[in-house]
Design a protein around this ligand. Structure first.
Ligand SMILES: [Cu+2]
Length: 91
């Protein structure tokens, strides 16, 4: 029983406390607008880009970090914009 408590404490510290102590706030500003591009490599057309790029910028962080993303709608014809992410576990 004593070893199990020790193991749980070690895991708690390593998986929860240490990441929180090293956590950072990572801020990005995404300006969404039309750009000219050919994401399929064939046809060039107006596509939505972020900060003039497609695909958008890479966001890097570590467990426990807080991501603060400001999205500015700069779509020239006044459309609404929404952002979502794929491929990561989010809370
Ligand atoms: Cu999607």
């Amino acid at each position: 029983m004593g070893f199990l408590v020790y193991l749980i404490n070690v895991l708690l510290i390593q998986l929860v406390i240490v990441p929180l102590l090293n956590a950072k706030v990572i801020r990005h500003t995404f300006k969404v607008s039309y750009i000219t591009g050919s994401p399929d490599g064939v046809w060039t057309s107006n596509i939505l880009g972020i900060n003039g790029e497609f695909p958008g910028p890479t966001i890097e962080g570590h467990q426990g970090d807080l991501l603060e993303i400001t999205v500015l709608n700069r779509i020239q014809d006044g459309q609404n914009v929404s952002i979502h992410w794929h491929g990561i576990h989010q809370r």
